[in-house]
Design a protein. Structure first.
Length: 86
């Protein structure tokens, strides 16, 4: 998975180095939810929010079932996410 995130002032590129995606249904929803929660409820900065949201999307994409990923699954996926400001 790869994503570009742009604000009025910055552009960020995010990708995962994991390529055995199983099911993309819900991955986009997980990405948006992870981003919103990390900024509003967890107080993460913008870069951390991007990392967390990508990990949420990856955790979702690795599940065969269409269910919510656990926090533990998301934390494991964080190791596979790379984010850089362009």
């Amino acid at each position: 998975e790869k994503d570009i995130i742009a604000t009025q002032d910055e552009i960020w590129f995010a990708e995962t180095d994991y390529h055995e995606i199983v099911n993309l249904i819900g991955a986009g929803d997980a990405l948006v939810a992870g981003f919103a929660i990390s900024l509003t409820e967890e107080g993460k900065n913008f870069e951390e929010a991007i990392e967390f949201s990508m990990a949420c999307a990856l955790a979702s994409a690795l599940r065969e079932e269409e269910e919510f990923s656990s926090r533990e699954e998301v934390e494991k996926c964080l190791k596979c996410v790379k984010v850089k400001r362009l």
